[in-house]
Design a protein around this ligand. Structure first.
Ligand code: SF4
Ligand code: SF4
Length: 402
């Protein structure tokens, strides 16, 4: 992490480009030395007419409109690489890029269809897949362990587990949810879920910059949280973690929020004796951008993997702060078709190639977006027989089996 930055503080995000230079973050933009590190580190920098360095130059010279008529911002997958490397500590991904993206999207005659649909679904149903909100808790019936549902059993609880959309609805995501529930139960944690009352935390609404959608979801979720009594929130979704830690506080959110990896690492001494089964896997771990570069959660996932008997952990060429994004952030989850028509290499495929080159047979993840991205990438590359994608909680749960 760049020494000039302290990313754990809540970003005071200006709400518009107007008067940006009068804000603290805007004033920091003036310190840009035009070094080009942001453009050089951006995984799609070579596809952008206006990478962050050029955006700042145009912003400062009053010619920013040029950026909004190009598709540069659509290629930003909110990976935090530019922000992590900027020698001036400019919060590009937190502050500047969402504001620019908002303006770009507002001027586009129409959004790429997949993205448009995902945003509409999130507004209408509270999840990007367009699934019924009444089905959000269906997976609980297959959990295999008891899970308390707060709307059915209100009353104080230690941990509110915010499951999030991909773990609640997407088949492989539900595998993460079941594994997480199993590990929480084995540790005897006092936890509960919101069931059908939960809706998307809205982080991708913010990073594709749909502020109306994002604020609607914040209002909804804040009202739901206020109904119950809990000490902490835990979530396996790094995008929700980002939203709760960095954005919701501006709206009065005061709960401590942990990622599942952080929580389990805190209980490592009690977890280790439960990991009895040896797993003879060579595992490489993909650092999620939101967990890693944005929240500095690099060690905990690796501590958990190393605790599993038999697991050999190997690193890819790019790891920790230098990890390559899966391409799913900032709306990238719903832009694969768009990227394909533009002839861009999918970042998930770039990353999957690295994982295979590392000599691993398991690609371990800690983000529920990444199953679909990497399983699909491995299939496209013809490596799906050679490597499997497993969430860290799945590996822990497997090691707990007799
Ligand atoms: S890395 Fe930072 S200082 Fe360098 S050009 Fe980009 S924004 Fe400016
Ligand atoms: S956040 Fe990532 S994708 Fe977006 S401009 Fe920065 S480096 Fe490029």
């Amino acid at each position: 992490m760049n020494a000039a930055t302290a990313w754990t503080e809540v970003a005071s995000c200006p709400s518009s480009l107007e008067n940006l230079f009068d804000t603290e973050e805007g004033r920091r933009l003036r310190t840009c030395i035009q070094c080009g590190t942001c453009a050089g580190t951006c995984p799609y920098g070579d596809t952008m007419d206006y990478p962050p360095r050029r955006m700042i130059a145009l912003l400062r010279s009053g010619q920013i409109e040029k950026v909004f008529t190009s598709d540069s911002l659509l290629n930003c997958v909110a990976c935090y690489a530019c922000m992590a490397k900027c020698p001036r500590g400019i919060r590009l991904t937190d502050v500047l890029l969402p504001l620019m993206k908002e303006q770009t999207l507002a001027r586009m005659p129409e959004l790429p269809a997949e993205l448009q649909k995902a945003l509409q679904n999130t507004m209408r149903y509270g999840n990007p897949m367009g699934e019924s909100s009444r089905k959000r808790a269906l997976w609980l019936k297959t959990a295999g362990v008891p899970i308390r549902v707060l709307p059915e059993q209100p009353g104080p609880v230690d941990l509110l587990w915010f499951v999030e959309c991909y773990s609640a609805y997407y088949a492989r995501g539900q595998d993460i949810a079941r594994a997480t529930a199993k590990v929480f139960n084995a540790l005897g944690l006092d936890f509960a879920v919101l069931g059908n009352e939960e809706k998307c935390a809205g982080e991708c609404g913010r990073l594709t910059w749909e502020p109306g959608l994002y604020e609607t979801l914040i209002d909804y979720n804040m009202a739901i949280f206020a109904k119950y009594s809990f000490k902490q929130i835990v979530t396996g979704c790094p995008h929700a973690l980002n939203a709760f830690r960095l954005r919701y506080p501006s709206y009065g959110f005061r709960y401590e929020t942990l990622s599942v990896c952080e929580l389990l690492a805190q209980h490592l001494d009690r977890l280790k004796p439960l990991l009895k089964r040896k797993l003879d896997y060579t595992v490489t771990y993909h650092d999620s951008c939101c967990l890693g570069r944005r929240n500095s959660i690099f060690d905990e996932p690796r501590m958990l993997l190393k605790a599993i008997p038999g697991v050999k952990l190997v690193e890819m060429t790019h790891h920790h702060e230098n990890a390559i994004c899966c391409g799913g952030g900032g709306g990238g989850m719903w832009l694969d078709t768009y990227f394909k028509t533009k002839g861009h290499e999918r970042l998930s495929e770039r990353r999957a190639k690295e994982a295979v080159s590392a000599g691993a047979d398991v690609l371990a993840i800690a983000c529920d977006y990444e199953f679909s991205r990497f399983e699909d990438a491995l299939k496209v590359l013809g490596h799906d027989k050679r490597m499997v994608v497993r969430d860290i909680t799945e590996l822990l749960a497997e090691s707990m089996e007799a």
